[in-house]
Design a protein around this ligand. Structure first.
Ligand SMILES: Cc1ncc(COP(=O)(O)O)c(C=O)c1O
Length: 371
């Protein structure tokens, strides 16, 4: 019987306990160490802080439990994406990226892959299958894509990508492994910014790569070791702590997002509302098929840049901030960051506040800009 998300969630806080000796602390200690005691041939032991760290091991153990795959930790989501690109690609390779996904991934390809002779094309997430994958070494998908929340069929894309002899990487940042497990749908690689909901407290950047392919894990581990793109032990410790409550936070955030999206649907002044959990959303049927939850992100458009700014800045229970997935509800007008969206486009990240209080604050702020 396949393990359910609940079984994984229940086991998560107890993973460490299975390896404890009498008198060991039950919470994870943080190991701040650049060097380790390593006389003689220390093969198989920690030797140097760029190669290994027990606090990384503990957080990777948790992530591997959630992904059902070996995981390698990085100092940010972009660190994880860079490891996939620089660990696996070579001059002459061509890759495919989403045109509507996180803009920094395209910037990485444009500014740093292109000069090394790795070229890239872009395609909208909702039409990612169109045109096929012949000639590509790697297809990279974000689903749901940030910020427009379009999705694509991971299993269908994986089958077509593999037929063309390429690899499929999915950026699962918007969902977390509790919301969607792309490796189960045939993807070769998952990358994620644990900066977002997995850490959840907006106080650290972190990322990971997951894969069931040992060569891919070896390549990104080698990249980390040699490039020095390593997470700090204290950051790993914070993410370990965050992961212990991810299930409860994610559950609250997704449940509240469903309530709020339904109420926004009926609100005057809002257009272009997107939330995969709404039956009217173009992504809904596919979302039901491949996602465990519908996520905590909602996007919509207000009539102008000023109205969007006023809505965000005048809402008592909303932080005006980039990023998402934190315990605090936050929102951002995404054209500010250069996304190809209208000036009044808002990406809302629903946090952990009690939903009726949150809705009251959102409604009051919306009423304030109406008229
Ligand atoms: C979808 C997605 N992937 C990757 C990243 C990069 O993560 P980080 O900021 O931790 O480098 C982000 C950041 O916003 C993101 O939204």
């Amino acid at each position: 019987m396949p393990e359910s998300a609940n079984t994984r969630a229940a086991a998560l806080p107890h993973l460490r306990n299975n390896g404890l000796a009498m008198g060991d602390p039950i919470p994870l200690p943080v190991t701040m160490a650049a060097i380790y005691h390593a006389p003689g041939d220390a093969t198989g032991y920690d030797q140097y802080g760029r190669f290994s760290n027990p606090t990384w091991d503990a957080v990777e153990h948790m992530l591997a439990h959630l992904e059902d795959a070996p995981c390698v930790a990085f100092p940010s989501g972009m660190g994880a994406i860079s490891a996939v690109f620089f660990g696996l690609l070579k001059t002459g390779d061509r890759i495919l990226l989403p045109s509507d996904g996180y803009h920094t991934t395209r910037a990485l390809a444009d500014r740093f892959l292109k000069p090394f002779g790795v070229s890239y094309d872009v395609r909208p997430t909702s039409a990612f299958l169109d045109g096929g994958f012949d000639g590509y070494r790697l297809a990279f998908v974000e689903t749901p894509a940030n910020p427009g929340l379009d999705i694509c069929d991971i299993a269908a894309v994986a089958a077509a990508v593999h037929k063309a002899g390429a690899l499929l990487a999915i950026d699962n940042t918007t969902m977390t492994p509790f919301g969607q497990r792309p490796l189960d749908h045939g993807a070769d690689i998952v990358v994620a910014a644990d900066t977002k909901a997995p850490n959840g407290h907006s106080d650290v950047l972190f990322g990971h790569v997951a894969s069931r392919n040992a060569d891919i894990i070896a390549a990104v581990t080698g990249w980390r070791e040699i490039s020095g793109s390593i997470p700090g032990p204290f950051e790993a410790w914070l993410v370990h702590r965050g992961l212990e409550t991810l299930d409860v936070r994610f559950d609250r955030m997704c449940t509240s997002a469903e309530v709020i999206a339904r109420r926004l649907q009926g609100h005057r002044g809002i257009s272009g509302l997107r939330f995969p959990g709404l039956e009217s959303d173009p992504s809904h049927n596919l979302a039901r098929a491949q996602m465990e939850r519908f996520g905590f992100l909602i996007s919509f458009e207000l009539a102008s840049e000023q109205k969007a700014e006023d809505f965000i800045n005048n809402c008592d229970l909303m932080q005006a901030a980039t990023s998402f997935g934190g315990v605090h509800t936050s929102a951002e007008r995404r054209s500010k960051r250069g996304d190809a969206v209208p000036p009044g486009f808002v990406r809302l990240s629903v946090g952990c506040e009690p939903v009726e209080e949150l809705w009251k604050a959102i409604e009051t702020s919306l009423d304030g800009i109406s008229g």
